[in-house]
Design a protein around this ligand. Structure first.
Ligand SMILES: O=c1[nH]c(=O)c2[nH]c(=O)[nH]c2[nH]1
Length: 292
């Protein structure tokens, strides 16, 4: 009885690619998760560790990012076909390629041409506390994912021996907003309040020229309090969903703020409360809720 190598494939899974294209001030965002797998004459590496036919998964990843720059990504089917055909035609040992692409949809925020809200996953929330004759309502939104492709800077931070972050005057700002707001009473048109407050949060995110996510957070809370006298306090938790510029110079390509690696973790976590200075007694409103 012998032992043989059965079907096998290898590649780089879940490359997080974000491409910003610009038509004047109108930005378009393509947000993709791309996985590549190659098949072919790959017995040697499995049996002896001879890698002469193994196009490195790191190279496959680089190809995804370089291809995103070299021609418009277009439809994901076209992009996947371009990649798959490239691997098969350029590597003699590679006879097959499988390319999986998920596209994450973004809808425009009406306020401008470069701010977007992700479709799909957000949740409206509420937490009601009744204590004797008193009642408190804390409502909110969770997983409201937003991105702006310009209008965000970050600089002027301290440089200590461990600082490597570069200053930037134009970056992608993206976050998944968890917001909770405490109402002063219970005589509220709940059906109208939610879309209005959600809209205020989105508009503030889109229109505030951001010098830090902290500043954006404060402005978002403030805009709710300015427009809604029945809200006493807004608590926000906003992960900074970092988008790093991909270095395309090894491939002779310039990255003009177009091709980004959307990192998953770690992420900055920016949290804060914005409240009326005369409304600090929240009773039992926040009992059992997280601080932010
Ligand atoms: O908006 C930001 N706030 C920070 O505190 C921070 N820290 C960091 O590395 N990047 C950013 N961005």
């Amino acid at each position: 009885m012998g032992i043989i190598l059965g079907p096998n494939q290898y590649g780089k899974a879940e490359n997080r690619l974000v491409v910003v294209s610009r038509d004047g001030s109108v930005h378009t965002v393509k947000d993709l998760t791309v996985s590549t797998s190659l098949r072919g004459d790959l017995a040697d590496t499995h049996h002896t560790g001879d890698n002469s036919k193994v196009l490195a998964t790191d190279t496959q990843k680089n190809t995804v990012y370089a291809f995103a720059k070299q021609a418009p990504v277009g439809e994901i089917e076209d992009f996947a076909l371009r990649l798959g055909r490239h691997f098969v035609s350029s590597q003699e040992a590679i006879t097959g390629a499988r390319v999986l692409v998920d596209e994450h949809g973004w809808n425009r925020i009406d306020a401008n041409d470069h701010s977007f809200v992700q479709g799909g996953n957000e949740k409206r929330t509420t937490a009601v506390t009744v204590h004797g004759d008193d009642a408190w309502v804390v409502s909110g939104v969770r997983d409201l994912v937003v991105l702006k492709s310009t209008g965000s800077e970050f600089h002027g931070f301290p440089k200590d021996p461990y600082t490597t972050l570069k200053e930037t005057d134009d970056r992608i700002l993206a976050t998944s907003v968890t917001a909770r707001w405490r109402y002063l009473g219970t005589d509220v048109d709940w059906a109208k309040a939610y879309p209005e407050i959600r809209g205020l949060l989105l508009e503030a995110f889109a229109t505030k020229h951001s010098l830090s996510l902290q500043q954006t957070l404060y402005t978002m809370g403030e805009s709710v309090l300015l427009a809604r006298p029945d809200v006493a306090e807004v608590r926000l938790s906003m992960p900074n969903k970092h988008h790093f510029l991909v270095n395309l110079s090894p491939f002779g390509l310039e990255n003009d703020n177009e091709v980004f690696y959307a990192a998953d973790r770690p992420y900055g976590l920016i949290e804060g409360t914005v409240l009326r200075d005369d409304a600090q007694d929240a009773g039992h409103a926040w009992d059992t809720l997280p601080t932010f």
